[in-house]
Design a protein around this ligand. Sequence first.
Ligand code: DSN
Length: 423
Amino acid sequence: MGDIRLYERILALINKQEEWRGHCLNMIASENITSPAVRKALASDFGHRYAEGLLGGRDEEGFQIFQRFYQGTKFYDQIEAIAMKSAEELFGADHANLVPISGAVANLTAYFALAEYGDTITGLSIQCGGHISHTHISAAGIRGLKDFPYPFNYEEMNIDVDKAKKLILEKKPKLMLFGGSLFLFPHPVKELKEIADEIDAYIVYDAAHVAGLIAGKQFQDPFSEGADVITSSTHKTFPGPQGGMVLCKNYLAEKIDRAAFPGLMSNHHLHHVVGFAISAEEMKKFGRDYAKQMIKNSKALAQALYERGFNVLCEEKGFTESHQVVVDVSNLGGGKEIAELFEQANIIVNKNLLPWDSLERTANPSGIRIGVPEVTRYGMRESEMTEIAELMAKLALNKEDAENIKNYVIELKDGFQEVKFCF
Ligand code: DSN
């Protein structure tokens, strides 16, 4: 039986969440904030509807034609067609499929399309930044794929190209994955393209974290470097609603589409695609400026943290070329302790395994990962990054009172309430 008290409690918790996170510095690297127009799309009638169907070619302007199994899709079909074309333009893809409902499902779609049960794949290990869906414990395992990790260079925080070449020639994976969740520098796609061709492997680039940087032309361009497929979520540096997509070259379009529908999904999430369509227009107009500012901000934050005594990774490489800053806090009690301490002061980050951690350290790993997508989208710039670094230093290094720092955080955030880089 429905319980009015629980119902009211849920409504109250929604308000509490909005109130609290509205006064936080949200610095989870995989999160972002959507524009008011995207929020409107998410709450629209499209969230109630179905639009199952197959793709049926393009019209003379290049917009997708759909063969739906449901009536009532005449407006939605126009939006999905626009969204597909925009995604193709932003990422230099021949074809976009917007059916996957998350980044992990986008990866599963690629696995279903391009690999067979029992095939071998390679990607980064979880400690070195690979996403769980790149491994046997998640989507790759569901597809029955055997994974082995690329050799990794700790100083470079990147794949060791020479060692990787030897291992790839030996193990001959069907798929070579790039991208991940701990992602400071572009991955060596073009450096490993030749070897992929030699063993007939597909290159799948998981752009979930860096999609906004790629669309804003401030990171590597996976397709021009040799990727066959880009998989992604749509809500990290790319400031859309939560969801997924697969972008590909023409020769894989049919396989990807069939893997998405009817392969893995029946209906997709229409309100998500509508929100994505809006955010894609925002990125076409403001994406370059937004992506540039994200990178300026992450570099400024890393430098300021380093100057205050934090052990920020990769000082010799300029710390980062992405939206992330990674700090080894093992000397300060570990990632769990520091992330929880920051949370007491309304600074939200996540603890993170570092490449030299064993998986047993998952509960309290050596690192924290700090992301700037959302604070950048609220209009913060380099000077605010210095202020944030100062607050973090007061908390973690000087052991100042978290309640007191929280007041500074709230005051800082109060000056940045409006979402920028949108119409
Ligand atoms: N778990 C997400 C991240 O934080 O990177 C990716 O799905």
